[in-house]
Design a binder for this molecule. Sequence first.
Ligand code: ZN
Length: 229
Amino acid sequence: MNRNFKTLSLAFFALITNIVFALPPCEYKDVITPLHQPDHWAVSLLDVEYKLPADYVPTNLVALTEAGFNDERFVKQELIADLKQMNEDALALGHGIDIQSAYRSYAYQDSVFNYWVDKEGMDNALLTSARAGHSEHQLGTVLDFRSVDGPAPWDLEDWAETPAGKWMSENAWEYGFVMSYPKGKQEESCYSYEPWHYRYIGKEFAAQWKTMNDATGMTLREWLWTQKP
Ligand SMILES: [Zn+2]
């Protein structure tokens, strides 16, 4: 199909979808997400309302060394090939990427969230961290990135303004990774801007999301809502 025609028809579809489908507001609930089996990883909707069961553990966890990082933490095997390629391409362009955070279990996320509550108070913690079960990191398909030899990305004004972060924001989707919480989209994504947090949904879904994003600015949360039964 002609690419322009395809983009136009998808834009039209997106317009219709937006009329029929109103994205629910960010309400803090604890509902088990409908697609919560391990093989649903690409389309499991997690936000402030929907969560994973406490005993959800991803299948096929492997160490990040498999993707060429000097890092023993875990991710799902399914994203290794694309992550390895993305890492090599970033390095070849002279702005290597590294991993700040990888798979996080339910129990670990619980301690992370409570740390932020103690440090910054509940209201701020809810915008910058996920309650246990609600974190995409529990899927094993999410990584927080930083620049090689760089500081923690949240210690910078805007990591997406660095060479590595900017390249990721423009190109990560081609490797199947989508920035979950983009700039200026807090009302839609329910979290404050996180230029370092990328979720792997695979190249095919990421390309579908990208087309919708180009046409309407659709965030990943909105796209996942459209995939939900
Ligand atoms: Zn993250």
